[in-house]
Design a protein around this ligand. Structure first.
Ligand code: FAD
Ligand code: NAP
Length: 530
């Protein structure tokens, strides 16, 4: 049987894979996307739980590569819902005629670099092998669902769901006794809506989180027009910011202003809503004392919303704000004022096991009809390492990353030529508006492929020295911030046994400059194979 050959194989048809297909086709490359799901959308295909929506404003959480597309698409709300975002990505796939380049219902299981041919052989779960010069992992940072290791988890006789693998038909919780395990962004989004239907809702919380109100609303046509009138310029401005987003970054330090000014700014940010809260002052993510002031403001807010003092205390974090992803909510704290909603602090009363009837803690058994696992993801490396990737001399990526992921620019890995990762570890990715990061990476990869071809080379890879300095830089930057201050998934701390390494590069603006500099210096830190 002859092996199918392509110029490039992309794994994943989320926002990254879909744009990469369009971009590489534009270069004239014969490109195949392989996707495990039966449709495009990635995150927005899988996470169909009630309340799922973006936490970056829709006007920014969208592609910018086509001026016509961004002018014509009409978002309905400030933060679009999952169905609306899924409609958008499907419309993009149709508009740019991309579906015929995507092989759905197929999971890539392995990839091996052949040093002689300088090509990759990619194997999928249907047994097929595909040969490609370029191999692009667009597998997503939050695409490998994390099921907790709780004894008896398979013995539950009721319905159970993970937020990241939600059924395609809406789940009806009406009149049911429901548990939600996990209070990260997914839990915080679904809990208020599940509470509207369930007869009883019990939330099992390990660590309380800070949440800022979304103040979601229909988009004001005047606001939309003010952006569309200068969309390209608006995007360009955001590209030069730390989060690749229009957060109105405060230039003053919280420590340098009066208590009244500080309170006024926090209050204004709370009223504005969403992630820009942490951009209010320049030192909030760098100075623990400044951070504590923001944290204390939020603690007071929680206590003012939640009526039962004991529940309010359990919901109030004592941790650094922002070192775990800040949550954006609609009525989350208020939901605990409902009589049929209760909160169990599993740090005090741990879950012993799951039984056929429900959840058994050290104190009691909770009889349940449904359990919702909002327990997050094996973030940033999970989906990459599920593929058995072998580079030069058969070196396995999982061995190269045994002590934590090592990349150059979060885009390339030494010893793995022509392998690119979109929003890989070591890039700003999850600490940005990911749409901006995705497009930046895809454009950078396309330019790099062009460069290889212009040089009449067959391959390109990061040098070990460049990679080592990059890993050191990513760590040094993180060390100067508050991000090491809690057990976050940024550090891999949510997955037992995962190496504790801070994975994202902090600061899109400086990252963008570094990537440009690498190119200006003739792909500094890369070597070519001819
Ligand atoms: P994904 O959308 O994760 O797509 C990856 C695709 O790869 C998936 O379809 C998967 O099936 C496929 N895949 C993986 N492994 C394989 C394999 N071995 N073989 C075949 N296919 C494979 N970011 C923001 O900036 N703002 C937000 O508001 C925001 N909200 C989010 C809400 C939720 C619920 C979650 C989970 C994440 C959110 N994110 C948000 C992050 C979000 O993941 C990114 O914004 C973006 O959608 C990622 O796109 P992607 O294409 O890189 O990855
Ligand atoms: P998450 O932030 O990792 O939260 C998972 C929750 O499950 C945490 O409360 C965690 O507790 C708990 N948990 C994990 N394992 C557990 C166990 N064994 N027993 C009990 N509790 C356990 O995951 P997520 O909520 O799915 O969000 C992941 C990321 O996706 C977000 O940070 C964000 O980037 C993105 N997202 C964005 C939105 C949005 O608003 N647009 C919505 C959803 C997701 P601990 O904290 O103690 O580990």
């Amino acid at each position: 049987m002859s092996t199918e050959t392509h110029d490039a194989v992309i794994v994943g048809a989320g926002f990254a894979g879909v744009y990469a297909l369009h971009k590489l086709r534009g270069l004239g490359l014969d490109t195949l996307v392989i996707e495990a799901a039966d449709g495009v959308g990635g995150t927005w295909y899988w996470n169909r739980y009630p309340g799922a929506r973006c936490d970056i404003q829709s006007m920014e959480y969208s592609y910018q590569f086509s001026e016509q597309l961004q002018q014509e698409w009409e978002w309905s709300e400030r933060y679009a819902t999952q169905p609306e975002i899924l409609r958008y990505i499907n419309a993009v796939a149709d508009r740019f005629q991309l579906r015929d380049g995507i092989r759905f219902n197929t999971r890539v299981t392995a990839a091996r670099f052949n040093s002689h041919e300088q090509r990759w052989t990619i194997t999928s779960d249907d047994g097929a092998e595909v040969s490609a010069q370029y191999f692009i992992m667009a597998t997503g940072c939050l695409s490998s669902a994390n099921m907790p290791d709780i004894a008896g988890i398979d013995s539950f006789a009721g319905e159970s769901y993970h937020t990241g693998h939600w059924p395609h038909q809406p789940v009806d919780f009406t009149g049911k006794k429901v548990a939600v395990i996990g209070t990260g962004s997914s839990g915080i989004q679904c809990i208020p809506l599940i509470a509207e239907q369930a007869s009883e809702l019990t939330v099992f919380q390990r660590t309380p989180n800070y949440a800022i109100p979304a103040h979601n609303q229909p988009l004001d046509p005047q606001f939309v027009a003010s952006i569309k009138n200068r969309y390209a310029e608006f995007r360009e401005e955001n590209r030069h910011t730390a989060f690749h987003a229009d957060f109105r970054y405060g230039e003053l330090n919280a420590m340098d202003v009066s208590p009244e000014e500080r309170e006024a700014e926090f209050e204004a940010r709370w009223e504005q809503g969403g992630l820009p809260f942490l951009a209010g002052f320049a030192d909030l993510l760098f100075d623990k004392e400044a951070n504590e002031m923001a944290a204390e403001f939020l603690r007071r807010k929680i206590r003012s919303i939640v009526k039962d003092p004991e529940t309010a205390e359990t919901l109030t974090p004592d941790s650094i704000v922002g070192c775990k992803r800040l949550c954006v909510d609609t009525d989350y704290y208020k939901t605990y004022n409902k009589d049929h909603v209760s909160l169990v602090d599993i740090r005090d009363t741990p879950i012993e096991c799951i039984t056929s009837n429900g959840v058994q803690t050290v104190k009691q058994e909770y009889q349940l009809d449904c359990i919702v696992f909002a327990t997050g993801f094996d973030a940033m490396t999970g989906s990459i390492l599920k593929v058995d990737i072998q580079g030069i001399d058969g070196q396995r990526l999982k061995d190269a990353w045994a002590e934590g992921p090592k990349t150059y620019l979060g885009l390339a890995v030494s010893g793995f030529p022509n392998l690119f990762t979109v929003t890989g570890p070591g890039s700003p990715s999850v600490l940005t508006n990911m749409m901006g990061s995705i497009e930046h990476h895809v454009d950078w990869i396309a330019d790099c492929i062009n460069y290889v071809s212009e040089q009449n080379a067959k391959s390109i890879q990061a040098t070990p020295a460049a990679q080592e300095s990059w890993v050191t830089l990513v760590n040094d930057i993180a060390n100067a911030t508050v991000y090491y201050g809690c057990n976050s998934w940024y550090l891999g701390a949510n997955v037992p046994g995962k190496p504790r390494v801070f994975m994202p590069y902090i600061g899109f603006d400086t990252y963008y400059e570094q990537c440009n500099q690498v190119v200006a210096n003739g792909y500094q830190g890369f070597s070519l194979g001819t």
